[in-house]
Design a protein around this ligand. Sequence first.
Ligand SMILES: Nc1ncnc2c1ncn2[C@@H]1O[C@H](COP(=O)(O)OP(=O)(O)O)[C@@H](O)[C@H]1O
Ligand SMILES: [Mg+2]
Length: 303
Amino acid sequence: MTTDKTAPHGAVLPEAPPEGERPLVELRGAGKSYGTVRALHGVDLAVHAGQVTCVLGDNGAGKSTLIKIISGLHQHTEGEFLVDGAPVRFTGPREALDRGIAAVYQDLATVPLMPVWRNFFLGSELTKGPWPVRRLDIARMKRTADEELRALGIVLDDLEQPVGTLSGGQRQCVAIARAVHFGARVLILDEPTAALGVKQSGVVLKYIAAARDRGLGVVLITHNPHHAYLVGDHFSVLRLGTSELSAARSEVSLEELTHHMAGGAELAALKHELAQVRGVDVEELPDAADVADAAPAPGEGNG
Ligand SMILES: Nc1ncnc2c1ncn2[C@@H]1O[C@H](COP(=O)(O)OP(=O)(O)O)[C@@H](O)[C@H]1O
Ligand SMILES: [Mg+2]
């Protein structure tokens, strides 16, 4: 598919950048206020096909607000939100889904007692036979769910097992495969590894990479810079509702990313305070020692 437009005299109009370079989704100076609370402001973000864009930030930084704008749950109150290069204003998640933008939230919308294949098709069940005797096409749903899971490299022993018996990581994977199957171009994952152990996190990150390799634009929300750095192509660190760092992988090291996430100067100030508390050996605090150089002079730091 090409987006090149040809003018009557044969010249190619310059307005449309080549496919693949134009972001699927873009925020330009975007912001959101809830009444008088300015949760997000001046945020730029671009989501490209076949890339993982990581959004990092502490609690309250505005991560959820940002993805709620992109997934159609909330509307931005400042700046621009573009899909395929055109400004949009979604009135609900259905509209975002219709444009191929799917979000997987931490509290996954699954029914624990239903089998895996049933959850895969929840709300979009396949049927067969002529009206009015249409019935569920169970065989096709099982087969399709199995194929889609395997295509992402996810092998479950038994698709009949209730989703509630899967591990947290496996459930995330089913949700990812489901979004891919139903045509997502942009996949937003809100803290998918937050409640998981190291091994399970690795499994989820592997499938995030698989979704990226299938050409999806993935937005990974996390507060773990190590997880972000394993799969990320671009990193955006939010602090107090605005973008503190926006860098491509080649422009930032894991150490720098960790430092930004840890709130380097704040941690150094904390170390200084802890030094006044008897019984705390601050030299034993590994992260604080790393950022000691960035410590503000006494009285200078205001948190
Ligand atoms: N519905 C809301 N009404 C009012 N304030 C909100 C609402 N949602 C979030 N906020 C505020 O916006 C800020 C950013 O929150 P959020 O986007 O949830 O951050 P994060 O996901 O990074 O923890 C916080 O100060 C939070 O209290
Ligand atoms: Mg959040």
